[in-house]
Design a protein around this ligand. Structure first.
Ligand SMILES: Cc1cc2nc3c(=O)[nH]c(=O)nc-3n(C[C@H](O)[C@H](O)[C@H](O)COP(=O)(O)OP(=O)(O)OC[C@H]3O[C@@H](n4cnc5c(N)ncnc54)[C@H](O)[C@@H]3O)c2cc1C
Length: 393
């Protein structure tokens, strides 16, 4: 069996390893000319789904590299008010998944994860060959690269990211939607001076949310970018209607400073010390709920089929899970249909969660915000409510 994978990203590379270990002939097309041409890195939290998939698909050497270049991360999510009082803390550090050596939550730089995935893949990747189009043949599919060359295959997998060209041809009606929410994201170097001015809860590796009484929301986490470089990364999320029309020319730091002028001093300091060059206004987009379609010799995985907002932190984990799910169904005889049926279920749940989180963060109406803060306080006071609110998967 021959499988062509369009895209040497996280999901595509994980699938390439999984299939090769099962004896499948794999060709990966990647538009970037070399392995060194890559987008800016960022921190990724790997959860049990992503780690289980990587552990199953990767050869031992690649898994060892991943473990070596990543760090264990606490599975803690906190919600604070704007004065940095904890409204609720969800701590899943002691759950079965987080005490299992394979599935314990890890933090890794995207570059380091990609390097661990690239190890031993050089012979199957065609660098500088963008996927252009496909055509069905009697037996399978003919895949055309932008370099004019064609490859015959039994299956084409579009793993070519959020703006997938494979999806464009395979499912032309299915497009990303703009949620009308804009995140202003930035990062600040965590110097010893800054660290000493911040509470431990903001820099212990947990995911922190600031839920003010008024519209707006802030997300904060730390990112170990290797060597000495440690950053606090943050994002201010709000409905587009709350921003000025000329967002592309306004001073983004000043704008967030103005909105958070009465917040606790450590939060204001993080914003004030953020390098303006790291700031960007990012409109949040998502795929809609995935409908049913009939399986063919062309399928999709990862952001190519279920690109979601970053507000649940599970885009990469879901892409890795897809890779292992597809590998398993191809090996077990269920084929593309079984993969797509299973993937559609968990991907729709992930899309719904990330969209719900984004809409909740950006709400402009005071009542749901007030109710959410009340429920968080209640959950903190009553363990059964907390367990229902943050169930252990
Ligand atoms: C700042 C930030 C933080 C994030 N944090 C997390 C996190 O903590 N946890 C999490 O789970 N997710 C996180 N994500 C999301 C995650 O990075 C993505 O969901 C994940 O990278 C998707 O993997 P993928 O393999 O589907 O696509 P990608 O990794 O985007 O790979 C797509 C590949 O396809 C290639 N390509 C594109 N077009 C073509 C073409 N025509 N021909 C050939 N190749 C092509 C691209 O060059 C690329 O190599 C984060 C995202 C961002 C931006």
């Amino acid at each position: 069996m021959r499988v062509v994978i369009a895209g040497a990203g996280l999901g595509g590379l994980c699938l390439a390893h999984g299939l090769r270990r099962g004896g499948v002939d794999v060709v990966v097309l990647e538009r970037h000319p070399t392995r060194d041409a890559r987008p800016a890195s960022y921190g990724i939290h790997l959860n049990a789904d992503g780690l289980r998939a990587l552990h199953t698909c990767l050869p031992g050497e690649n898994w060892a590299r991943l473990v070596e270049t990543s760090t264990l991360a606490p599975d803690i999510v906190r919600f604070h008010d704007q004065d940095l009082r904890v409204l609720a803390e969800r701590d899943h550090t002691g759950t079965p998944a987080n005490t299992d050596p394979v599935t314990r939550r890890r933090a890794v730089n995207r570059d380091a994860l990609r390097d661990a995935l690239l190890l031993g893949c050089d012979d199957v990747i065609r660098w500088g060959t963008a996927f252009d189009r496909f055509e069905y043949t009697g037996e399978g599919v003919r895949v055309h690269g932008a370099d004019g060359r064609a490859i015959e295959a039994d299956l084409l997998v579009g793993a070519d990211g959020a703006n997938s060209r494979v999806r464009e041809q395979r499912l032309p009606g299915l497009r990303r939607e703009d949620l009308g929410i804009v995140n202003i994201a930035g990062r600040v170097r965590l110097t010893p001076e800054l660290a000493s001015a911040l509470p431990e809860t903001l820099i212990d590796g947990a995911v922190n949310n600031v839920v003010p009484a008024r519209p707006g929301w802030m997300f904060l986490s730390t990112w170990d970018a290797g060597a000495e470089a440690r950053y606090v990364v943050w994002a201010w999320a709000a409905d587009r209607s709350t921003y000025p029309d000329d967002l592309d020319v306004v001073d983004l730091r000043e704008l967030v400073q103005e909105r958070t002028a009465t917040w606790a001093p450590p939060l204001r300091r993080i914003i004030a010390e953020t390098d303006p060059a790291t700031l960007a206004a990012i409109p949040l987009k998502t795929m809609p709920e995935l409908p049913h379609w009939a399986p063919t010799a062309v399928t999709l995985l990862g952001d190519a089929i279920h690109n979601m907002t970053p507000m649940a932190g599970i885009g990469a984990n879901t892409a890795l899970r897809d890779a292992d799910t597809l590998r398993r169904h191809l090996a077990g005889g269920g084929g593309v249909r079984a993969y797509e049926d299973e993937m559609r279920d968990y991907a729709n749940a992930a899309l719904a969660l990330s969209t719900r989180n984004a809409r909740g963060a950006a709400t402009t109406s005071r009542l749901p915000r007030h109710a959410f803060r009340t429920v968080l306080r209640l959950a903190e006071a009553l363990p059964p409510v907390k367990q229902r609110m943050f169930p252990v998967r």
